[in-house]
Write a protein that binds this ligand. Structure first.
Ligand SMILES: [Zn+2]
Length: 605
């Protein structure tokens, strides 16, 4: 059913947008337009404007805008036909008969049917949860998770009994036809005909639409089945990736606070909600979709992504960041200590502790950089190139040029890209919204790579490889931190490994160990031959003394490298106002400086 288009056009002409908006917001005339503080986001100076001339409203702060109908839909949170009714009432135009739209009518009827059956199922499952003896399993699970009765009722949780047909029988007894049952998604059709209940022996979480009607379900196993969660398939009422779990309950709070916390699963939302964190929405296990981001964007311009801290969670968070940035949302990432999920963290440490963590959520770029640096060394050109390649897409996705530049500079500093012309080249590739060819950035970095083995590490390696005596003595003193960040760190590791295996560090042995690292492999013959001209004669220092000097020099290089890193880390902690981190870093810094002063290499090599 819909209103005839000529009526809608007429109503739009008749409705004075300023008068309609003024019913909700106090407007002040400014030039041709009317201005006010925006009703859709928190602000102190007006950026919400209405143009009677163009018959539109627009907010320069949160970028919401549209015509008189979209304004009413947004502020009254109603669907289009309802907005028509409200505007017609304000204008005093009588409503015409609605007309049947055959294209939508059938689909609408089928969707209404699904929702009707879902509501019946939900009612029944709720009863099963509270009063059936089998439901004890689910009740125990909820109390284990500290979910109280009020929360259970708010989220209308239920229990689906462990039966192949109990629900379908119930639905048919309520008057549903077999066709309706089959189309509801509540049963699974068998190949040989007939069907059985989809959800059996599971705790049921209903997914509601904006009006609070159940459009789909997720069911959690209570018997440790392989499929921890199973979900409704798509039906006439439900398209995957269009809804956010909990949003029907949390959208007002999200709008009020100006930001949303985005979590993954049902319990990641329900438990924080119970503890008072109510500006929250869940992407429902599946990866976040562009539709979900658009939906969220209607309520807040800022998002804190709070996924699990495990590998899969971090991958999912990174995917979400790109989608959120594409819609111009400001993104922070919260990774809880010990990779905890929000549910377990809040139950263990309480909501105050959780909010404290949340305040310290990292800007998306910092999160992405830290991940790119994990398990990589900036002293190895290949690692550095890969890290740059990994970070740049998250800068390219930012729309605001000013923000983009700021993030770019942060990334270049953190990744220690100091070469000015390389920076300029990389910035050029940032300006086009289209992603550069994969590997393009890393090639540029590698071409200009200024990380070369130092004299000390080359000489130490030559000595290790040429003299068995020196090798045995030095390897017992050499520690992983001495070499792991060196350009040749991987070669040192190969020598250490071969020695542990009781093998000679000859060309074959080393080449085999370095199979994946072309640069390192190419260096091996030169190291084995030995390019250094050592001093000769009676007064010349022994190989052992020379090797010790090299090691001292390396340790000094490492201290200097860490000091340089700390400078960057302190600056970044200062920028985000993380004082605990700053104190920690500064203390490490002064410790290192002291060590550096007390460090007296026997002689510089
Ligand atoms: Zn606004």
């Amino acid at each position: 059913m819909r209103y005839p288009q000529p009526f809608i056009d007429d109503l739009k002409r008749q409705a004075d947008i300023v008068r309609v908006v003024q019913d909700y917001v106090e407007l002040k005339k400014k030039g041709q337009n009317w201005m006010a503080c925006c009703p859709f986001h928190k602000e102190k100076t007006p950026s919400f404007s209405v143009s009677p001339h163009k018959e539109i409203f627009y907010c320069f702060g949160c970028h919401k805008g549209g015509n008189v109908f979209s304004f009413v839909m947004e502020i009254e949170r109603v669907a289009f036909p309802e907005a028509i009714k409200i505007v017609a009432d304000k204008v005093g135009m009588p409503l015409p008969q609605m007309i049947e739209d055959p294209r939508f009518a059938a689909l609408r009827r089928e969707s209404d049917d699904v929702i009707q059956l879902n509501s019946w199922a939900l009612e029944w499952w709720q009863q099963q949860l509270t009063s059936s003896s089998e439901g004890r399993l689910a009740r125990d699970y909820l109390s284990q998770r500290e979910i109280n009765d009020e929360t259970r009722q708010t989220f209308q949780l239920g229990y689906a009994p462990d039966s192949w047909e109990a629900l379908s029988s119930y639905l048919r007894a309520k008057g549903a036809t077999q066709l309706q049952v089959d189309r509801s998604g509540l049963v699974v059709k068998k190949d040989e005909g007939g069907s059985y209940d989809r959800f059996r022996g599971r705790l049921m979480f209903p997914v509601m639409d904006a009006q609070g009607k159940p459009i789909a379900f997720g069911g959690r196993t209570l018997k440790n089945e392989d499929a921890k969660y199973i979900n409704s398939p798509e039906t006439a009422a439900y398209i995957k990736g269009r809804n956010l779990f909990g949003l029907n309950l949390t959208r007002d709070e999200i709008r009020r606070q100006g930001f949303a916390i985005l979590v993954e699963g049902f319990l990641d939302l329900i438990v924080p909600y119970q503890f008072g964190v109510r500006n929250i929405a869940a992407s429902l296990g599946t990866a976040l979709t562009a539709d979900q981001v658009k939906l969220l964007n209607r309520f807040a311009r800022k998002v804190v992504v709070n996924y699990d801290g495990d590998r899969a969670g971090i991958q999912a968070a990174k995917k979400s960041i790109e989608l959120l940035l594409a819609e111009d949302l400001e993104v922070k990432v919260l990774v809880l200590p010990d990779d905890a999920d929000p549910d377990e963290y809040i139950r263990k440490f309480g909501v105050t502790e959780y909010q404290q963590q949340r305040v310290q959520a990292k800007p998306h770029i910092q999160f992405v950089i830290e991940n790119a640096l994990r398990d990589r060394s900036l002293n190895r050109p290949a690692d550095k190139a890969e890290a740059v390649e990994e970070v740049l897409p998250y800068i390219r996705a930012v729309n605001s040029r000013l923000q983009k530049r700021e993030y770019f500079d942060m990334a270049m500093n953190a990744l220690q890209i100091t070469d000015v012309s390389l920076r300029r080249e990389l910035w050029q590739t940032m300006r086009s919204p289209v992603a550069a060819q994969a590997g393009e950035a890393s090639k540029r970095v590698l071409r200009r790579s200024d990380v070369k083995p130092t004299v000390a590490e080359r000489q130490l390696l030559e000595l290790l490889l040429s003299d068995q005596q020196v090798r045995h003595e030095m390897l017992s003193r050499l520690e992983k931190p001495d070499y792991e960040f060196l350009a040749t760190g991987i070669i040192f590791q190969a020598v250490v490994d071969l020695d542990a295996e009781g093998k000679e560090p000859d060309l074959d042995g080393l080449t085999e160990k370095l199979v994946d690292d072309v640069e390192a492999k190419e260096l091996v013959p030169a190291l084995l031959i030995g390019e250094t001209q050592w001093e000769e004669g009676d007064n010349a220092p022994s190989f052992k003394v020379l090797a010790e000097r090299c090691l001292d020099a390396l340790r000094l290089v490492n201290i200097d490298r860490r000091i340089r890193e700390l400078n960057a880390e302190i600056a970044s902690a200062e920028r985000v106002g993380d004082e605990t981190k700053m104190v920690e870093l500064i203390s490490e810094y002064s410790g290192l400086n002291q060590r550096r002063r007390s460090f007296e290499p026997q002689s510089q090599v």
